[in-house]
Ligand binder design. Structure first.
Ligand code: BYC
Length: 496
């Protein structure tokens, strides 16, 4: 997939490879381009993890039984051409280990080791930090599959069902990617961490997933589309920083993961867009434009805009928490050590050391939101978050253009960065979507206007009627303009 997929409407054939291509050996039990066949110890370790992964997939992966699904599978690692499309029984999907091609002579691009050769092994002094980063990244992948487990039974179409399963198998593969690095480079500790990745579960009170957003329920398809828009986009930005890592196997792993990630965000961008389009259509058709609180839309089978806005508020705010605190000594340490860079590190016009530079970070003091100046190194979580927020705003413009074309005045907006936060400067404070500081009582009185209530979720759930016949779509969502890989929209992407 190309980067344009994130913003465009078309899902086409993977372009022909334009560079050196490592063909993946699908004859192997674990398809890979890391020479697993020549490393017996690693092969045995991964082969003993594989049945546990498959057990986990059977127990906590997609719950809807299917015969086969039209899926893409990675088959080569050329710069562009890598995707093979076929109908695949889900349990036979080939989860493999693929790293992007190495860049000969690659050097570290930032921090105190800038200019040194990229590491092919883990430097002893950074072992604990690198392991932590891999574990946090790895933990999110199976978590999202767990969160989305039951969505299949309420899919609005076969097209959407196939997209859900594509996202799920690729998140499974991203777990494999982190497990490979843990097994290959971290010995016994790595093996133990790999086991734990299958033992923590989303929302489990005793053994939850590590990061907050991955313990939230994905209650319905609107929530899924918001998740793939906002939370997968955090994945894009975090992977973008790990792609810069001085630890070359991690950088190459993330570079390849990012290519798959583009489709996940396409699913989110267009999924929300199609829901908004349907809502806008009905609002315009029935001339019910009496403000975004128009609940008569439920009766027409669409989701009122005020509810779409609430889902957006929720998913955006929990996703902002994924960036950690605005001021963090962890992130300064990662950067200086050369483990985690900035978004588009190589394009930043500075010395890539950042000593002496500063940044303004938000603080709450004396009842108002102000800022304080801190060393830039400690503010890199915010630097990344700012890039992310700008990117989120771009998709919103697309959604709003649906409202505009329908001749409506209402618009969707991103809430203030302090709204509904659990991590960082705003945690413990009550901030409205437009950035007013509220008392706890004011918050309690008004939160139901801003975040989905149990009633909102129940009303949305009622619209989630499955459409499992080719070409059929649920009432609350418009069909896409094109199908997958140049197939028609009404193709039977999933067979039962
Ligand atoms: N929930 O110094 P701080 C994806 C903890 S998504 C719970 O501010 P730091 C995907 C933090 O661990 C991308 N705890 O944080 C998307 C720390 O704990 P310790 C996933 C949190 O380290 C969709 C303490 O609070 N990848 O791929 O600067 C589908 C102080 O924190 C949270 C990564 O995140 C939270 N939200 O930054 C599938 C990349 N936030 O150490 C997949 C790897 C913070 O004091 N992770 N804490 O016990 C990192 O780079 C960083 O660890 C973080 C946090 C950005 C997560």
């Amino acid at each position: 997939m190309t980067a344009s997929e994130d913003h465009g409407d078309i899902v086409g054939n993977a372009p022909a490879p334009d560079g050196p291509v490592s063909v993946i050996d699908y004859g192997e039990r674990i398809p890979n381009n890391v020479g697993l066949a020549t490393d017996r110890r690693l092969q045995r370790a991964l082969e003993s993890w594989q049945p546990k992964f498959l057990d986990w997939w059977a127990a906590l992966g997609p719950s809807l039984p299917t015969r086969d699904v039209y899926l893409r599978t990675a088959t080569a690692i050329g710069r562009d051409g890598w995707a093979n499309w076929a109908r695949v029984p889900m349990e036979q999907y080939r989860w493999g280990i693929f790293l992007s091609e190495p860049t000969p002579g690659r050097t570290i691009g930032f921090g105190q080791h800038k200019g040194e050769a990229a590491w092919q092994e883990v430097p002893g002094e950074y072992r604990a930090d690198l392991r932590r980063l891999l574990v946090i990244q790895g933990d999110t992948e199976p978590a999202s599959v767990e969160q989305q487990r039951h969505l299949g039974s309420t899919a609005p179409s076969l097209y959407d069902l196939r997209n859900l399963f594509q996202v799920n198998v690729e998140e499974g593969r991203h777990l494999w990617a982190m497990v490979y690095l843990l097994h290959a480079y971290f010995g016994r500790d790595g093996r133990e961490e790999a086991e734990q990745l299958l033992r923590r579960h989303s929302g489990d009170p005793d053994s939850p997933r590590i990061l907050g957003a991955f313990n939230e329920e994905t209650t319905d398809w609107l929530s899924f589309f918001m998740f793939t828009y906002f939370t997968d986009r955090d994945g894009k930005y975090q992977l973008g920083t790990l792609k810069e890592s001085g630890f070359d196997p991690l950088a190459r792993t993330c570079e390849f993961m990012l290519r798959e990630e583009a489709h996940h965000m396409f699913v989110g961008t267009t999924g929300v867009q199609r829901a908004v389009r349907r809502t806008a259509q009905l609002l315009a058709e029935h001339d019910t434009g009496r403000g975004s609180g128009d609940d008569s839309l439920w009766a027409y089978g669409a989701i009122p805009l005020r509810v779409i806005q609430k889902y957006l508020n929720f998913q955006f705010s929990v996703s902002l928490d994924l960036f950690g605190s605005e001021t963090s000594s962890n992130v300064a340490g990662y950067y200086t050590a050369g483990l985690k860079g900035r978004w588009m590190e190589t394009r930043r016009p500075d010395d890539h050391l950042l000593a002496g530079l500063t940044m303004e970070v938000p603080v709450l003091a004396d009842g108002s939101i102000t800022s304080k100046t801190v060393p830039l190194l400690t503010a890199l979580n915010l630097d990344l978050r700012n890039e992310y927020v700008e990117d989120c705003a771009r998709g919103l413009r697309k959604w709003n253009s649906e409202l505009e074309s329908a001749g409506l005045q209402q618009r969707l907006t991103l809430p203030h960065e302090g709204f509904n936060r659990r991590v960082g400067s705003f945690a413990g404070h009550s901030i409205s979507p437009v950035g007013e500081i509220l008392t706890s009582q004011e918050w309690a009185d008004r939160a139901a206007d801003w975040l989905p209530t149990a009633d909102d979720r129940a009303a949305v759930a009622e619209l989630m009627v499955p459409r499992h016949e080719p070409g059929e779509f649920a009432s609350w969502i418009s069909p896409p303009s094109v199908g997958i890989n140049e197939l028609p929209v009404e193709y039977d992407y999933v067979r039962f």
